[in-house]
Design a protein around this ligand. Structure first.
Ligand SMILES: *[C@@H]1O[C@H](CO)[C@@H](O)[C@H](O)[C@H]1NC(C)=O
Ligand SMILES: *[C@@H]1O[C@H](CO)[C@@H](O)[C@H](O)[C@H]1NC(C)=O
Ligand SMILES: *[C@@H]1O[C@H](CO)[C@@H](O)[C@H](O)[C@H]1NC(C)=O
Length: 184
């Protein structure tokens, strides 16, 4: 066979071979990520208030609120479940009870963070379940968290007593075009 006949086949080779694992993971390395957990401390009538009464369904209980209840909060987020531990974030937001059993709500919040040398805020929106873990998409951020994506998972830790505690796990990703954030 002549060299000329070989040429098109050689040019096709890169297209025929399956993508190399190395190439895929090196592409992945451009996405900087950060995982950490904080504990949201919420005290009824101190850091969180019902501002609009609900209209139907379950009554006001330790874990339920009537459908349509609007609750606003400004909660400290500590580094351990202990309320006396260092505050590394503030969660400001509201939730609206959206199920008749009084357990589910739609929430939005701005979480101001000062953690691992990073400063700024992230904004989250999503459904919350009062007694089960729930994931909330991160819709964006400011400061060192500008353009951030990912999700936060909120799980109840302690629902007894005046102060309720939720564990908030942050899974944050910075796109390649974000100038700030953790170093590569
Ligand atoms: C964060 O967790 C995700 C999985 O949830 C993982 O893919 C990622 O590598 C982790 N990032 C860091 C910096 O540990
Ligand atoms: C919070 O305040 C409201 C209105 O004053 C009251 O009805 C409710 O019982 C209080 N809740 C708690 C847990 O103290
Ligand atoms: C919480 O932290 C405070 C101050 O560090 C400490 O005195 C207290 O014993 C801790 N509480 C628990 C339940 O660990």
């Amino acid at each position: 066979m002549s060299k000329l006949l070989h040429l098109p086949f050689l040019l096709l080779l890169p297209l025929l071979s399956p993508p190399r694992a190395g190439a895929a993971s090196s592409h992945h390395h451009h996405l900087r990520s950060l995982n950490f957990s904080l504990f949201q401390q919420e005290t009824i009538n101190k850091t969180g208030y019902i501002v609009v009464d609900g209209v139907a369904g379950a009554g006001v209980g330790q874990t339920t609120t009537p459908f349509g209840t609007i609750f606003v909060f400004n909660d400290g987020m500590t580094v351990t479940p202990n309320a006396s531990s260092r505050v590394a974030g503030i969660a400001e937001g509201a939730s609206i009870t959206s199920s008749l059993d009084g357990l589910r709500s739609v929430s939005f919040a701005k979480i101001t963070l000062r953690i691992r040398g990073l400063q700024g805020s992230i904004s989250i929106v999503g459904g919350t379940h009062n007694i089960k873990p729930a994931d909330h998409p991160v819709v964006g951020g400011t400061g060192d968290f500008m353009f951030v994506g990912g999700y936060v998972r909120s799980s109840p830790v302690d629902l007894e007593g005046v102060t309720v505690v939720y564990k908030i796990e942050f899974h944050l990703y910075w796109p390649p075009y974000a100038a700030n954030g953790p170093s590569k």
